[in-house]
Design a protein around this ligand. Structure first.
Ligand code: FES
Length: 312
């Protein structure tokens, strides 16, 4: 029992104490209070779970750092979280005395008539039962070790991008436009109303540089950059959606619109691939497109806009 006799008499706590007849109405009356019996089993549980949580946190950190199988570090994380949570739960189990209290019914009073007996309900202070100090330290230590383990994923972050790396793709001035087999493309290879998914020569499969090459059925309109439209019909846009980076892989010829299958953003290919529907807020960047002296489609330079989601 943590409370002193003085505390008990102040709070009305004590074995089978009764409300006194002179108590103000509305005040909570404690009629009995009993400390829970000390439980060595509960204390051992708190200690054991704290150790399990600490060990799990360390295992998680080491496994992440060593690139161990996900099953190992995932299990360690799950076990550690469970053990730490349950240890905290057990630590606070039986921390408060079992209190029986009654609240006398308030008399109805007219608000215009002062009545000193109608005091607001108040709750006497109840002191928690003290715990052994080492349990508290065990819990804090295991929480610290566990949190330390959670910092390990920082070591798995990739290298910091070099200056300009985010902006650049594999397209350069004079880079030929090739198909997935690496074959250079001439304007005549794309029929009217046709579409092709193309790459920079030497960088087939470089997702960030992937491009949709279209043959428009009618003249392009601004904000399309008309100088980059070949033969008044061939235009090339980045295939990386400006919303969240999915490949914009669907082309509906009758609407002359590109669709992103992830969240249904729609881009008007006649008007500079500006978004007309969906969550994308930016147009697909247009590739500066031209023809080299051998008659093949080439880039006139890299994209001038950021490719993909609008970060950076
Ligand atoms: S990624 Fe294209 S709409 Fe979301």
């Amino acid at each position: 029992m943590s409370t002193t006799r003085d505390d008990e008499s102040e709070a009305g706590v004590g074995p089978s104490s009764r409300p006194t007849s002179g108590s103000p109405a509305g005040e909570l009356q404690i009629v009995s209070s009993e400390d829970p019996p000390p439980s060595q089993i509960n204390d051992a549980l708190v200690l054991g779970l704290s150790i399990v949580a600490a060990v799990s946190g360390i295992v998680f950190g080491v496994a992440i750092t060593l690139d161990a199988p996900m099953l190992l570090y995932g299990s360690a994380l799950a076990i550690g979280l469970f053990a730490l949570g349950y240890a905290v739960r057990r630590y606070f189990t039986d921390r408060f005395p079992l209190v029986e209290a009654v609240e006398p019914r308030l008399r109805f009073t007219d608000p215009d008539i002062e009545d000193d007996d109608a005091a607001p309900t108040s709750i006497p202070a109840i002191q928690p039962v003290p715990r052994r100090p080492f349990l508290q330290w065990a819990l804090l230590g295991s929480a610290g070790a566990f949190l330390l383990g959670l910092l390990a994923p920082i070591s798995t972050l990739g290298p910091r991008p070099r200056a300009g790396q985010i902006r650049q793709t594999a397209w350069r001035e004079g880079t030929r436009v090739v198909n997935t087999e690496g074959r250079p493309i001439r304007p005549d290879d794309i029929a009217a109303g046709g579409v092709a998914y193309v790459w920079p020569e030497g960088a087939v499969g470089n997702e960030k540089s992937s491009v949709v090459l279209l043959s428009l059925g009618r003249p392009a309109l601004e904000p399309t950059i008309l100088d980059w439209v070949v033969e008044d019909r061939l235009v090339a846009y980045s295939k990386v959606c400006t919303h969240a980076g999915c490949p914009v892989a669907l082309y509906r010829q009758q609407d002359e619109a590109l669709f992103c299958p992830c969240h249904q953003s729609t881009f008007d290919t006649v008007r500079g691939a500006v978004p007309t529907f969906g969550p994308a807020a930016r147009a697909l960047p247009q590739l500066p497109l031209g023809v080299d002296r051998d008659g093949y489609l080439v880039a006139l330079g890299d994209f001038e806009e950021l490719v993909g989601p609008a970060y950076g």
